[in-house]
Design a protein around this ligand. Structure first.
Ligand code: SF4
Length: 350
């Protein structure tokens, strides 16, 4: 991802009590599912040429989307907008069977970049629906992932958006319930929702494994640790990125006096830094590291050049690319077939 032209020296280095420093949370930024989805669009453009259509934002990040647009991707809300026979990529958040059918009806060449961890939840929903269970899906109204998952068992799923929904839930058979969740929720709030659900429905069945994905969980654990020491936390990511927004919540719940989300470094306000000696920095799972680097550059201008890292987990997961894209256009397997890339911050490379 290219850098955004930085507005350097915009922030002032004002004195504070104590040494100024930045604590970076790790893990942060791109997860394996986002990396795979972004590479899928890049490779689809290489293979088939522009334009390649993408249903919804491939990942919820404004910079990633605008960069891919410049390369020839066209983002659409629905398959109906795509010319018959074109290539279309389904986003990392997944789609319902109705969308797959809609694409087939238009003879679109579909490349499914749904994150495998979202597909896992889809499979669970289908399996439980076949067993005639009713699914309580914990998630956010209108989120694409929730729409996709509900679309796999539309008649047997009830959405639970927060702990506050639990008292008002109406179910046909309280002894035949299972819960599933969106992959990018707050772990703590979801566990509270499940606790309340179980209080109301003691025979509620758990999913076979966590639906909140490893990347969401790891980023929340890391920012919790950082927030114990940071007065201010800056979370890089877009407003429609669920896991990004949760990081702001988690920071505030775990010691940070203030926490703000920014798409770009240029959104950092001077007054946020007033009287602050320690700034925590993290980024959502759909955020390229270059945007974090720009935040670090701007913070360095304001005297926060001392950067250390709190590492709470190592991540090395990679997912195979969609099968159509595992080779280069000549049919030869290429080295990006796995979908993983190694990234380092500039300051780590020095
Ligand atoms: S946040 Fe989790 S579920 Fe979403 S794309 Fe990344 S790994 Fe997959």
């Amino acid at each position: 991802m290219p850098r955004v032209p930085a507005l350097r020296n915009r922030l002032q280095n004002t004195p504070v009590a104590g040494a100024k420093r930045v604590i970076l949370a790790a893990p942060r930024g791109y997860c394996a599912g986002v990396d795979r989805a972004v590479i899928a669009v890049e490779k689809a453009l290489d293979h088939y040429g522009a334009p390649v259509y993408v249903r919804k934002q491939i990942v919820h990040n404004i910079h990633v989307v605008s960069t891919l647009e410049k390369k020839g991707a066209i983002f659409v809300d629905d398959v109906d907008e795509v010319p018959i026979g074109s290539h279309i990529v389904f986003s990392a958040h997944g789609v319902s069977p109705a969308v797959v059918q809609g694409a087939a009806d238009r003879e679109l060449q579909a490349i499914d970049a749904t994150c495998p961890l979202v597909t896992k939840v889809h499979r669970e929903a289908v399996r439980f629906a076949k067993q005639d269970k009713h699914i309580l899906l914990i998630g956010h109204t209108g989120h694409e992932e929730v729409e996709g998952t509900m679309g796999h068992a539309p008649d047997q799923t009830t959405l639970v958006t927060s702990p506050a929904d639990v008292p008002g839930l109406v179910v046909a058979d309280p002894d035949n319930l299972v819960w599933l969740s969106q992959t990018t929720l707050s772990v703590d709030e979801t566990m509270e929702t499940v606790r309340l659900l179980r209080e109301r429905f003691p025979n509620l069945q758990d999913p076979p494994s966590d639906d909140i994905c490893y990347a969401t969980q790891n980023r929340q654990v890391a920012i919790k640790k950082v927030s114990e020491q940071a007065e201010l936390v800056i979370v890089v990511g877009s407003a429609n990125s669920s896991n990004t927004v949760r990081l702001v919540d988690v920071a505030l719940e775990n010691g940070a006096k203030a926490a703000y989300r920014v798409d770009y470094a240029s959104e950092i306000q001077q007054e946020w830094l007033d009287g602050v000696a320690t700034v925590g920095v993290t980024s959502g799972a759909s955020v390229p590291e270059v945007l974090v680097q720009e935040v670090l550059d701007d913070l360095a201008d304001a005297g926060f050049g001392d950067v250390s890292q709190v590492v709470t987990a190592e991540e090395d997961l990679m997912f195979s690319l969609p099968k159509e894209l595992r080779t280069d256009p000549s049919g030869k397997a290429d080295e990006r077939g796995l979908g993983g890339r190694t990234r380092k911050l500039d300051w780590q490379q020095q």
